[in-house]
Design a protein around this ligand. Structure first.
Ligand code: UT7
Length: 325
């Protein structure tokens, strides 16, 4: 039996924020942002939208694509670093609104690698007799934890959600291997310092702007590139394939320079690498499933293709997933 992705969906909020718009907010330029990151615009959710709202829309599209009913879902995992609230989980909020019953339901925090971690987790569940159909969602409203006075980070981030429905099916298609890794010693390079039990919200934490995403971009970049290259290789080793076998590589969209550096080090043509960072920016856990859904709907994925997903983010966490479509 294979654990197959039988449907994908994504949702991007309507509001487009361009680099020109950002020039009016912080000391930056379209030229700097495009040349250093490849980003031209990003989507921003409305004040009323929370992570669950975006996730539900992506999930509905994935369920429709899969032709699967909510009654069939027995596992729901939501990857996010911007949950609606600390608890209950965003997964439980989505469960109620979608009408899922009698399922295992939880959030998973592995930052930008969240979708890969969630796919791997769903794969383990589905290998059990009792679980047959899983819904995996990655949803982020990073604009809500963006410091709009910090040009180092605010130009990089966007909002969006992606989802996939997984089923146990006969045949050799499906997830061939997953590789997961992490190194918590780098936690300080990319985090949101306050709001948790270490630094609960106070007037001072708000005044000191500690409820926003902080990143040391340069160090993150230097560690991210080799770990993503290594992840792609380890994923392929896990199922006895080579980089030449990959039809489409779908990397986390943090920076076009990172994506190009990975492609070069892996000797894979950039034509075989999916890129949407120009329009979507970095949506953390959601970048990979949004890209997967766009690739799927654009007809860039055919039955039998070998797709590899790879991501790297806060933690640091990283990993890859090789799928025979
Ligand atoms: O999703 C999780 C993983 N995230 C990543 O992997 C992101 C990794 N990091 C990056 O993508 C890049 O490091 C950045 C895009 C964040 C920054 O690019 P960089 O080439 O590493 O630039 P830098 O941080 O070394 O900064 C270069 C200069 C600095 O000025 P000085 O100190 O050289 O005078 C910054 O102050 O660029 C300046 N700068 C800006 N200038 C105009 C930083 N942000 C901006 C900006 N507009 N928005």
């Amino acid at each position: 039996m294979g654990i197959r992705i039988v449907g994908t969906g994504s949702y991007l909020p309507e509001k487009v924020l361009t680099n020109k718009d950002l020039e009016k907010i912080v000391d930056t330029s379209d030229e700097w942002i495009v040349s250093r990151t490849g980003i031209r615009e990003r989507r921003i959710c409305s004040d009323k939208q929370a992570a669950s709202d975006l996730g539900i829309k992506a999930a509905q599209r994935a369920l429709e694509d899969a032709n699967v009913k909510v009654e069939d879902i027995d596992l729901l995992i939501v990857a996010t670093i911007t949950p609606d609230m600390f608890f209950p989980s965003t997964a439980c909020i989505i469960q109620t609104k979608l009408g899922i019953k009698g399922a295992a339901i939880f959030d998973l925090n592995a930052a930008c690698a969240g979708f890969i971690y969630s796919l791997s987790t769903a794969q383990q569940f589905l290998q059990m007799e009792t679980y047959k159909t899983a819904l995996v969602i990655a949803t982020e409203t990073l604009s809500k934890i963006t410091d709009w006075e910090d040009r180092n980070t605010c130009v990089l981030l966007g909002d969006g959600a992606g989802a996939a429905v997984l089923k146990k099916e006969k045949g050799d298609s499906g997830i061939l291997s997953c590789y997961l890794d992490a190194d918590g010693q780098y936690g300080d390079l990319l985090n949101m310092p306050a709001g948790g039990s270490r630094l609960p919200a106070t007037v001072d934490t708000v005044k000191n702007r500690l409820h926003y995403l902080k990143m040391k971009g340069n160090e993150t970049f230097r560690i991210g590139v080799p770990e993503m290259v290594n992840s792609v290789k380890r994923g392929l080793e896990g199922c006895g394939l080579k980089i030449e076998d990959v039809t489409l590589l779908i990397p986390h969209q943090a920076n076009i320079r990172i994506i190009k550096a990975i492609a070069k080090r892996l000797s894979i043509s950039i034509d075989k690498v999916f890129v949407n960072i120009d329009k979507c920016a970095n949506t953390s856990a959601a970048t990979v499933p949004i890209a997967l859904d766009q690739a799927n709907r654009q007809g860039r994925i055919k039955q039998g293709d070998i797709i590899e997903l790879v991501a790297f983010g806060a933690g640091f966490t990283w990993g890859s997933c090789v799928i025979k479509w």
